[in-house]
Design a protein around this ligand. Structure first.
Ligand code: BJW
Length: 237
């Protein structure tokens, strides 16, 4: 892989679009169908928990009808090469709450905005794997209280594992952003963070994102075509 040893890949909703999962900000996306302040803030959840639980129950159920696409599979192929020998470090930081990276076979995946298939207890802070419906108000397996909420990061909440992410960004030789609009912080600032530590930066997105100008290189098109081609280049390099 030439002089590229450490890679951080950031993925967003665009990588799952070709699997049939709606993005947030594209035409017809989730934020055209639902008011973001109603379904993706702690205040919205406090105001109308049923509305929020129904929104996430619907998205969790939809996961059973979709499959990873060529972009997820290509990243899993890249991930597999980092499992062998002294290749360097790879971290796939995803903003997505779906499980398509894992289902494609990737192991080095960090869900900074949480996961649909996880529940967080608002009473005791325990986490558990969860595939059912929260509108039924199931009890927490740890404390027995019916206080489960989706284990996702809403606006105003702290994204997960930030120390680990910033440490990987500081050591990265290459930062690649795939299928994200660059509209939401702190993820939108990762490109500048990685560049400040000397990484080369590459954007793979359908259109120029809000943060395009911060990248050294851009390739525009569908992730299902761009990502396999890029992975082939890295593995050949
Ligand atoms: C394709 C494609 C194809 C389509 N192929 N590409 C003012 C200034 C700066 C910051 C703030 C501010 N006011 C408030 C803030 C902070 C706030 C924020 O960023 N607000 C902005 C609106 C400005 N952020 C927060 O509150 C975060 N917490 C925080 O900051 O804590 C403090 C802190 C400080 C310092 C360090 C660390 C922490 C929390 C943000 C939580 C975001 N949560 C959500 C919901 C998660 C659960 C769920 O899924 O429901 O996360 S919102 C939503 O947006 C979701 C996504 O992960 C996130 C990003 O969206 P994404 O993935 O980019 O999707 P889209 O739809 O926007 O873009 C898709 C892209 O794909 C497009 O570009 C398409 O072109 C492309 N595409 N098809 C390739 N086939």
């Amino acid at each position: 892989m030439g002089d590229i040893r450490n890679i951080v890949v950031l993925t967003g909703a665009g990588i799952s679009a070709e699997s049939g999962i709606d993005t947030f900000r594209d035409a017809g996306g989730l934020w055209e169908q639902h008011r973001v302040e109603d379904v993706a803030t702690p205040e919205g959840f406090a105001r109308d928990p049923d509305l929020v639980l129904r929104f996430y129950d619907m998205r969790r159920a939809a996961l059973t009808k979709v499959e990873p696409n060529a972009a997820h599979r290509a990243l899993a192929r890249l991930d597999a090469t980092f499992a062998q020998g002294d290749r360097g470090d790879l971290l796939i930081v995803t903003q997505n709450v779906d499980d398509l990276h894992e289902r494609a076979g990737a192991k080095r995946v960090l869900h900074m905005h949480g996961e649909l298939l996880s529940a967080l207890c608002a009473n005791c802070a325990a986490r558990e794997r969860f595939a059912g419906t929260m509108l039924d108000r199931p009890n927490c397996s740890a404390c027995g209280v019916a206080a489960l909420r989706p284990d996702v990061v809403w606006f105003g909440e702290m994204p997960y594992q930030m120390e680990r992410i910033y440490s990987a960004l500081a050591n990265a030789d290459l930062f690649v952003s795939i299928g994200t609009s660059g509209a939401v912080y702190p993820a939108a600032g990762f490109v500048q963070e990685a560049a400040a530590h000397g990484a080369r930066t590459l954007e793979l997105n359908l259109d120029p994102s809000e943060g395009s100008r911060w990248f050294d290189e851009h390739r525009h098109g569908p992730a299902g075509a761009l990502v396999p081609a890029w992975v082939d280049e890295v593995l050949a390099g």
